[in-house]
Design a protein around this ligand. Structure first.
Ligand code: GLN
Length: 492
């Protein structure tokens, strides 16, 4: 099989072919590395490449297959890891000057599990500094470009992971989603991405941004492969005190699907949502309705949604200000070379130079929201909104199996277009933050194209019902196939 072509196989099929010894893991990994060399100058998905160790691991896996040994579920396929997740022996930079030289002494639980299932770690991907952003432009190492159209941003903050999968520079990838950082780039790069239920995937080894909101989540080019990686990384871990044992051990995707009722909250289609996006998602809904008997839709209203974005930013920034306190150049992080300065000056200089402007802004705003006199007015109020929102979602899930929204309110926008105005970037998160505030799982699946750019559909389910998301996601994928080869670097 021609080297590049094997990268275009559905990933679960490539796994079967490796298992059946039709192709080898080494061939797949070598083809991926070749692809990376060709497209990285234009895409810039990676911060660190892990070439030799990946090839060595692939060879060992092939040897095991030839000897008839048990092959793990990831079958020697390459996985890219967002650079805020720890891989032992390599840097975890969080795309920050602060951690530019931080070599990680241990593996995150998700990385251990991937290696345990014969996934090959191929590199660490670019992100907005400390995962704070929606476009992957706030990286100390420079922006990633959208492989569908390189004049556009890939979404963010896990833009490197999504771009790598989209441009065939990895079979799978991991990102983290605090307020949309998996679903946003999945949507912009025309691939599939999941924000799992809070507690479903261990956060051990993920550098915290806002720990009550975030989960590590998988990216793949199709729903079935995304489900495969989910089943590998999810499950209880004693090293994360918020980890749950409720995730079903056998995430099986049944062929025969019960009829699903889907609520469509109208607030997700209103203020701030581009015409082209809402039209594409609404068209997708009518086509699904016409095509089958399996899905029925009903428009509903969730009035608390309009408070979700401000509540999210207050909580996220408050948690960030506390989580990032450890980077002072003494315990962790960048240290200014001048050793003659007193402690207070060193501390503020380290942080002033080590962190970029957006991270500093969030630390300041978060500290303010938590300070005496303002705590009740901001942080506490945001937590109350969170409770009310959760109740509203609980109520909706008594009537509906799933809820539906666009993944992003706008189409992929031009590089540099929104850099100067942080509020405009924050507004891009209106569709995604409700799932983080309520802890529910949410999947983004491509559902159409507008003005030549991809549009994602977001499906949300009750806690630990990722199985419903994947089943509905597969229907969307089958009934509304989007031609990925239309993208600039999305085919070999
Ligand atoms: N864009 C959101 C933020 O900047 C979400 C980021 C994320 O999910 N990590 O906070």
């Amino acid at each position: 099989m021609a080297k590049q072509r094997i990268l275009e196989l559905p990933v679960w099929e490539a796994a079967d072919k490796i298992r059946g010894q039709e192709i080898t893991s080494e061939e797949y990994v070598a083809a991926t590395l070749k692809r990376i060399r060709e497209v990285e100058p234009d895409v810039h998905a990676y911060i660190t490449l892990i070439e030799e160790p990946a090839l060595t691991q692939a060879q060992a896996i092939d040897k095991k297959i030839r000897r008839g040994g048990d092959l793990g579920r990831l079958a020697g396929l390459p996985v890219a890891i967002k650079d805020n997740i720890c891989v032992r022996g390599f840097t975890t930079t969080c795309a920050s000057k602060m951690l530019e030289n931080f070599v990680t002494p241990y593996d995150a639980t998700v990385v251990e599990r991937i290696l345990g299932e014969d996934g090959v770690i191929i590199g660490k991907t670019n992100l907005d500094e400390f995962a704070m952003g929606t476009s992957t432009e706030y990286s100390y190492f420079g922006p990633t470009k959208n492989p569908w159209d390189t004049s556009k941003v890939p979404g963010g903050s896990s833009g490197g992971s999504a771009a790598a999968v989209s441009a065939l520079e990895a079979a799978f990838a991991l990102g983290s989603d605090t307020g949309g950082s998996v679903r946003s780039p999945a949507s912009f790069c025309c691939i599939v991405g999941l924000k799992p239920t809070y507690g479903a995937v261990s956060r051990y080894g993920l550098v915290s941004y806002a720990n009550s909101l975030e989960q590590i989540g998988p990216f793949a080019r199709d729903v079935r492969s995304c489900a495969l990686l989910t089943s590998v990384i999810a499950g209880y871990d004693a090293r994360d005190s918020t980890s749950s044992d409720k995730f079903p051990a056998d995430l099986v995707l049944k062929r025969s699907l019960p009829k699903l009722t889907i609520g469509v909250p109208r607030e997700f289609f209103e203020e701030g949502v581009q015409e082209g996006v809402s039209k594409t998602v609404r068209d997708a809904i009518s086509r699904l309705e016409k095509a089958g008997v399996k899905l029925s839709f009903e428009e509903i209203s969730l009035p608390m949604l309009k408070y979700a974005l401000p509540a999210y930013y207050i909580i996220a920034m408050s948690e960030a200000s506390s989580n990032l306190a450890r980077y002072d150049g003494i315990r962790y992080g960048y240290r200014v070379p001048d050793r003659t300065l007193d402690w207070g000056t060193v501390f503020s200089k380290d942080r002033g130079v080590g962190f970029g402007a957006e991270v500093r802004r969030r630390i300041m705003l978060g500290t303010y929201a938590l300070s005496a006199g303002y705590f009740d007015q901001y942080y506490l109020k945001a937590q109350k909104i969170r409770t009310l929102l959760r109740r509203e979602f609980d109520g909706a899930f008594k009537r509906f199996d799933l809820l539906l929204a666009p993944s992003m309110p706008i189409l992929p926008f031009g590089l540099g277009e929104k850099m100067e105005d942080p509020l405009q970037l924050y507004m891009c998160d209106i569709e995604t933050v409700p799932a983080n505030l309520t802890g529910i799982p949410s999947l983004s699946v491509p559902c159409g194209v507008s003005e030549g750019l991809p549009v994602g559909m977001q499906l949300m389910a009750p806690p630990f019902r990722e199985d419903l998301l994947f089943q509905a996601g597969r229907l969307v994928e089958d009934l509304l196939p989007v031609d990925r080869s239309a993208g600039e670097f999305t085919h070999a």
